[in-house]
Design a binder for this molecule. Structure first.
Ligand code: HEC
Length: 286
């Protein structure tokens, strides 16, 4: 018991030191030291899909899809996601069909050798808002909006020592959605003395620079929710980040379930191996 208390105390001490180090880093930044991006680390959000028994909140994913469709899809493609996978959000076949039909995709060539557009069907992927990356960049001040299929898995801010050691035990894997939520809610006026390049917007949570080419895409009350969920920037950002996590990893729940079963199996297996070893090496009469 004493050991345990001691262990906890030293853990708390290390955590305290680390938060001190983070504060020192931010102070160095404020004094004009070498910039280290992002300027602020994302605040962890309490996601339903975190931890070994995590599961997606289907209502939240549906709201996130609404935000992607109404807002983000104007600039960001999601090429790897097909409409039929939306059944994972709790929609029926008919609903998926109807939703796909609200999109147009290019198909062809037809008998005359021409490409044509038609209504999307569930096996189609989400159509891209721009014909190619160059067109996307040209329309957005030179920075192409990244494809969203895997974005939630492709971004994440390193957590540093000793946080990453605790993360092994808490199974922290939500760096991507935490980052997206922090970025969407993190736009600010640039502090005095900080110059922001024309056409960019100051955001201390952006991973690569003090400002990015995306203007704040969301604000309070912009998207209508019909399930009574608060229509706030914070809620929107959580919902769309959760949706992007699902888009990047639709089989997260199965993976976690399988992982747990494997751990149970390994635990039982170890006990059996131990008993076998004891029996084999026992001094038995032959
Ligand atoms: C008007 C166009 C536009 C809209 C609408 C838009 N974005 Fe963006 N987004 C951009 C551009 C351009 C970039 C690239 C910024 C850069 O690299 O400077 C970007 C980048 C991003 C990034 C990546 C930042 C990084 O680390 O590289 C995320 C995350 C993002 N957008 C999320 C969203 C979400 C979520 C929505 C919908 C709520 C959305 N965006 C709506 C234009 C847009």
């Amino acid at each position: 018991m004493k050991m345990l208390v001691k262990g906890f105390l030293s853990l708390a001490l290390v955590a305290g030191l680390a938060s001190g180090a983070a504060a020192a880093e931010e102070a160095a930044h404020a004094e004009g030291g070498t910039p280290h991006y992002p300027i602020h680390h994302p605040q962890p959000v309490d996601w339903s899909f975190a931890g070994p028994f995590g599961h997606y909140d289907k209502g939240q994913l549906q709201r996130g899809l609404k935000i992607y469709t109404e807002v983000c899809s104007a600039c960001h493609s999601m090429k790897l996601v097909s409409f039929r996978t939306l059944e994972g959000l709790g929609y029926s076949d008919a609903q998926v069909k109807a939703f796909a039909a609200t999109h147009e995709v290019q198909d062809g060539p037809n008998d005359a050798g021409e490409m044509f557009t038609r209504k999307a069907v569930p096996s189609d992927h989400f159509p891209s808002p721009f014909p190619n990356d160059q067109a996307a960049a040209a329309a957005n001040g030179g920075a192409a909006p990244p494809d969203m299929s895997l974005l939630a898995k492709a971004r994440g801010v390193t957590r540093g020592f000793p946080q990453f050691i605790f993360d092994i035990f808490t199974q922290y894997q939500e760096g991507g959605p935490d980052y997206i939520h922090a970025l969407l809610t993190g736009y600010q006026e640039p502090p005095a003395g900080v110059e922001v390049a024309p056409g960019t917007h100051y955001n201390p949570y952006f991973i690569a620079a003090p400002a990015l080419a995306m203007a704040p895409p969301l604000s309070d009350g912009q998207v209508t929710y019909d399930d009574g969920t608060p229509q706030t920037l914070d809620q929107y950002s959580k919902d769309v980040a959760a949706f992007l996590m699902w888009a990047a990893e639709p089989h997260l729940e199965e993976r976690k379930r399988t992982g747990f079963m494997v751990m149970v199996f390994l635990a039982i297996f170890s006990i059996l191996i131990y008993l076998t070893k004891k029996s084999v090496y026992a001094r038995k009469e032959h």
